[in-house]
Design a protein around this ligand. Sequence first.
Ligand code: UDP
Length: 327
Amino acid sequence: MERILVCGGAGYIGSHMVKRLLNEGFDVTVFDSFETGHREALQEGAAVFEGTLNNPADVNGVLEMKPFDAVFHFAARIQVGESVRQPSLYYGNNVAGTLNLLQAMVARGIGRFVFSSSAAVYGTPLEIPIREDHPLVPINPYGWTKQMVEQILADFWRAYGLASVSLRYFNACGADPEGSIGESHDPETHLIPNILKSALSNSSEPVLIFGDDYPTPDGTCVRDYVHVCDLADAHLKALDSLRASPGVRAYNLGNGCGFSVKQVLEAAERVLGAKIERRIASRREGDPAFLVADSTLALKELGWRPRFTSLEEILQTALRWHRCPRY
Ligand code: UDP
């Protein structure tokens, strides 16, 4: 049975990954600091080690537990605005913490790593849809932390033979269709949870649309929404590809379809069968107008094809969670 360490396995995407790995029969260990992860998201059957990547003793502690075959790394700070205000937190956690982990892996000869990267590595796209060979020019510290780790991974492959795949997620969304785990951030900054929370609460707080004067068909930002279970699936395929052909690679993960903020609101209204109050607010700093993935490389080289291609279907899974969130 292959042993997988999942850093950040109590977070949104990490917990969906853990569930999938357990279903597939892997031996799974979760490493999490529980600063942003949820104990309630832990899955029965996974071993748990509480610690922080910034503490080498914690990293060595978890790696001593068993001879891991691969590490999946989801543990990171993810808020763009916060990264602008507190870059030290982001470079410390996302870069220095990851470096600790990679150094400890190299010291133990653990040779496979799947990294949660982001479309934020591209900055403001020069071309849509975005391909992996688009220049990496992030426009905020969060994006730079992802780009820097990708650079470290390229160098670690050449120098130490640490094989890795970086998966550049576009807009992760949706929830486990069985409803036991889902998206819960504090504060919640993401569009779909904010829409569903606003629609389901009695507070009549409108959804804020951050800007309707972008150069897009309806003036609101266009994003590529990709289901969290499809992201988990891509990790398994990335691991297969590392086994078959070690190296250092990066893939976009998106549906390849762009939806504007207004289109997401309309789809949510259809799924809910109710009107959702909205208000136009000013633009949020650092939001590019369009982000849409060209994921043909992941299809060609990993055999990855998203299963959740309809926005309504994605919203249904998110709604199921938000009607009855467990954390
Ligand atoms: N957005 C919005 N209102 C919200 C949250 C987000 O209008 O309450 C917009 C945001 O400006 C962006 C899109 O929705 O254009 C997706 O934002 P999200 O934070 O979900 O993901 P991001 O694209 O920043 O990774």
